[in-house]
Design a protein. Structure first.
Length: 196
């Protein structure tokens, strides 16, 4: 099952649609366009952190509670989502570049996608934290990293695990200019050019 479907089943996409006052199909389209960049950023963190790095990071950023906040009926405080984006992207310029690129793919406005990004980051971080806690046996640090690889492998139906070029699918494949399977380095270069 694709992560977009998992988030929809958990009620996350409906919560984003309600919060941003958009149609559910728009929330899904925006999520499908933004998720490869968010997952690519998490993957970069996991590769750089070693051991239980990703699990530790998800816990530090708020863990499963982040998902609960988005699913709650009251308006979501997006500050934790901005913190997640800051951790995985490093700058607002990258978030803007991701929103612009996702806009070209989804047909939704960059302004709407910029509002969606922190909510989606909270949803994904919380979801992965809950899934990782359920899946990882005590003493196994690699559970979340393996799960992230599996999610990326099935992302938007693109590629098989291990075929990194297609694993990011959609936006990730479009942004992965150097074909290394991780679009984040290419996004960072784009942001650098936009800033200059």
């Amino acid at each position: 099952m694709q992560i977009t479907d998992m988030l929809a089943q958990a009620g996350g996409l409906q919560s984003i649609a309600r919060e941003l006052e958009i149609e559910p199909h728009e929330a899904r389209s925006g999520a499908e366009a933004l998720l490869p960049a968010i997952l690519g950023g998490l993957r970069k963190q996991a590769q750089g952190g070693g051991g239980g790095g990703l699990g530790d990071l998800l816990g530090q950023l708020g863990g499963g509670e982040l998902m609960d906040q988005v699913l709650a009926p009251q308006k979501t405080d997006v500050a934790p989502g901005d913190a997640v984006l800051g951790q995985i992207f490093g700058s607002r310029d990258v978030s803007r570049t991701v929103a612009q690129s996702a806009s070209a793919q989804s047909g939704l406005s960059p302004e709407l996608l910029k509002k969606m990004l922190p909510l989606l980051a909270m949803l994904v971080t919380g979801f992965m934290s809950k899934q990782g806690a359920a899946a990882a046996a005590p003493g196994q640090g690699g559970g979340l990293g393996g799960m992230l690889g599996g999610v990326l492998g099935g992302m938007l139906g693109g590629g098989q695990p291990g075929q990194q070029g297609g694993a990011l699918g959609g936006l990730g494949a479009l942004l992965d200019a150097n074909g290394d399977g991780n679009a984040l380095d290419d996004i960072l270069r784009l942001a650098g050019k936009a800033r200059g």
